[in-house]
Structure formats: C-alpha cells, structure tokens
Design a protein around this ligand. Sequence first.
Ligand SMILES: O=P(O)(O)OC[C@H]1O[C@](O)(CO)[C@@H](O)[C@@H]1O
Length: 510
Amino acid sequence: MTSETGMKAIAAAQAGVDMASLLSDEARSDALQFEAAGLYLDLRRQKLTLPTWRALVERADVLGVDERLAALFAGEIVNGTEQRPALHPACRNPALLGESDAAAAMIATRKKTRAFADLMGRPDALDGHPVRRVVNIGIGGSDLGPRFVYDALGAFRREGVETHFVSNLDPADLDDALEGADPETTLILVISKSFTTQETLMNARAARAWIVEHLGEAGVSARFAAATACPDKAKTFGLDEARIFAFLDGVGGRYSLWSAAGLALETGLGSDVFDRLLKGAQAMDEHVATAPLDRNMPVAKALIDVFNRAGLGLPSRCVAAYSSRLERLPSYLQQLEMESLGKSVNAEGQPLSEGHSGPLVWGGRGSDLQHSVFQWLHQGLDEAPVDFIAIADHGRDDERVRALNANLAAQGAALTHGRTGEGALALHKAIRGGRASATFVMDRLSPETLGALIALHEHKVFVEAVIYGLNPFDQWGVELGKSLARSILSGDMAGFDGPARELTHRLGLD
Ligand SMILES: O=P(O)(O)OC[C@H]1O[C@](O)(CO)[C@@H](O)[C@@H]1O
C-alpha cells in the first residue's frame, strides 16, 4: 500500500475554480446534500466541482472503503499494530458479532450496568443512603466522550443526581467536583480502559482518601464503581468485584462511551436515554454500512476532509457548534480525530506523503466564535474550512433562537461570497470569500440525533484512515511523554537535557 491518494492531482484538475459560481449547478447541488439518521449535511459550500466530487468517490471505491467498512462491522482485526478489532459498532449492536463470546460479554455487562444505574433512583443505594452526586474520574476517551454527551443531553438529566467529571492532576479539579458534596451520598466512578493511567489512578486514590477520611474504610466499597478492560487491576486497587464493569480490549478508549465506560451516562441520564443514544448511533451505522458511496454521509464528509487537507493543503478545520450544549464537541473531536489520524506512517510503517494525515481540529461555540476567531477566518491570510453545526428547533419560540441560527446561516454565506470593500477603507473592508464550509443540521438535539452525530464522526475518521492508508486505532505517540514523566517523578534524570533538569529543579521536583 502507498500513502499517495491522488488528491493533489484531483485538486490540480480544478485549479482556479470559482466557488460562488458552482452554486447554480443543480446536479452538483443534488450530489452534495445528504440526509441520514435524523441529520442533514450540506456540502455545497465546499471548494469542489462536480467532476472533482465524482473523482473523490471513485478514489473511495478504488481504495476499498466498502470492504474496509464491512471488515469493521464484522469485528475483523482492523487495528493492525495492536492486532485487535474495533468493537464500538458492536457495543451499539452486539448482534454484529453473532453468537460469539464477545457479544455475550457485551450483553451481560450491559445488563449489569443497567441494574446498577437503576440503583440511582433508590433511597438506599449507597449503604442506606441515596446517590446525590456522581464523580466520574477518567481522562482522554474515559472522560471526553461521556462528559460531552452529559453536557449535550443536559435536558435529559436524571433528577436529584448531579454528575461531575474529573480528569486533571491539578488537585483543584477533584476539589471542585467534591465541593459541597456529602460523602455519604457521593458515588465515585473510576473509568480507565487500562487501569494504569497515572492521572486517573492518582485522582481515584485522592477520592478514596476523601471517603475514608469521612466514612472510614467501610464506606469505600459501596461508593466506588469502575469500568475497565482490566478488571483484575481494578480489584487489586481495592474495588468490589460486583461494582467492576468490564468492557473488551477491542473497544478503543476514544470510541468507548458506548460501552461500560459510558457508565456516568447511564447513572446520570438513565438507561433509557442511553439506549436512545445507542439507537441513534446504530441508525448511522446502518446508513454507513448500506448507502452507496456517493450517497453516504460519513464517506462524503471523509472525502471532503481528506480533499481539503491533502488536496488543497489546508492544515486545520474549525468546528463551530451553534449550541451551548454542544460546546464540548470540538474537544471531543480533537481526541477522536487527532489521536486517530495524527500519524506519520501508514499501516505498513511507510512514511505518509505530505498532508496525508489528519488536520488540527479546533473550534467552539457559535455565535461566541464570531467575536473571537471569525475575523481570522474571513480576512486572515491562512485558511481553514468550517463545519457549522445547527439545531433547527431549540425547543422554544424565542427571538434569541432565531438570531442564533440567522448568525449561522449568515456566516456560511459570508465565507463563500465575501464582499467588495467600499469607501476610503475599501481595502480593509474587502473580504475575499471563496472559503469552504459544511453545514450539519439536526432537527432537535435528542439522544438519537446526538448518537448519530457522534457515530457519523467515528465512521468519517475510519474512512479517512482508509484513504490515507493509516491505522486510526493506535496512539503510540502519546507513550513517550508518559514514560519520561514517570522517570522524572522517580528522580531518574539520566538522559534528560539541560532545560529539562533546570525545569525539574525550578518546579521543585528534585
Ligand atoms: O482509559 P485509560 O486506559 O485510562 O486511557 C485514557 C486515555 O489515554 C490514552 O491512552 C492516551 O492519551 C487515550 O487513548 C485514552 O483514551
């Protein structure tokens, strides 16, 4: 396999294209709008002609996207460097794995997490006390997914139970989560696939010490639960086996919110809401697995993102969600996309060509972004495509909702068309336009549409990886820093350079 995708040649064939004039091409308009699983996607504001779009779809076909998707859904080994399948679709639908041990394990764990989540409504859930606060301790995939979904589904939260998320080693993170909490009514969830992650274990130890300080050792077992792929390590940590929820090694950390790692969602939103989230994701799974390549929403978005990065050479993408509840979408996508696609070699270990790995993903909440970074997007010398995420119905008839969505619609048009400056400041006021954007619309922010939106991005990343020829399921790049930090902590500074030694001293670590 080679990392050459032909994207540069495809882009060169449409050099000098005028984006605004493409909008009147009806066949192109039909080809670049998609609907699936409650989502609408408009790609008409991308910088590509209809022949270019057709060439991209052909590349997807030639590179075997259909076959790779089939392998993913069949639970085959798609993570070559770790010799694992990627089982997140099966978390949504264990039947994909047939009558296998893996499917049975998934079903059994789900039964166990559901029963555990049902405890949340009981007045005696924790040794005779109700649960009032849940603290989810985890980092990376064991934090970002559940935290994002919990925020996004703020309208669906279980009454009487508040959930806090702790990921950072800064003690202020746990302090804030425990502020005002009653130890008797507080449940700590330790979420770690490996159960070796420094941040998570240190915070879990600190939370344990807090419980012991107030309730003694006897208070621990009822107030701790864990989700992990390494249940033995959770047992060694001193947790009660009945409250350890195992998920499979084949579920990648950044794809794990659908598994027991999403325990905070079952406890905080309820199992029925969690089911609806899974159903929404499953609807997107069915779409990606069955729709033809040229009508397939995740495939289309993947092709556009690869084209922008490898064809047009744009090194980043801005995600602008016009919804406060979706504010964490960009940070969630940062891990999903950058940990998956931030690679320098292809699946065979050969160097990737320039521009043939994932871009920097950044963004935030509209319309706030319009008052910070949009100046750069409209008039800066650098260029980044923008993904707009819109919710048609925010559940209320309110002038602010209309204005919020009017702002979103205006930004896409402004990026496309720009404007000619007038008057004395003509040069300063001129906006070049011709800048690409994509628009997602969900009718409402529901568990189903959210599930579909997340699954769409998971599949998009998978398809991008197929086109680039890289493995999206490993993350060897994060290991070096972890092991160097362990050396510094243990006082082993051999091999460190001068600045590292000085900094260690300045920070009082020696
Ligand atoms: O769930 P764990 O094993 O604690 O890992 C947390 C995170 O650390 C990483 O391995 C590296 O940052 C992520 O991929 C993962 O989501």
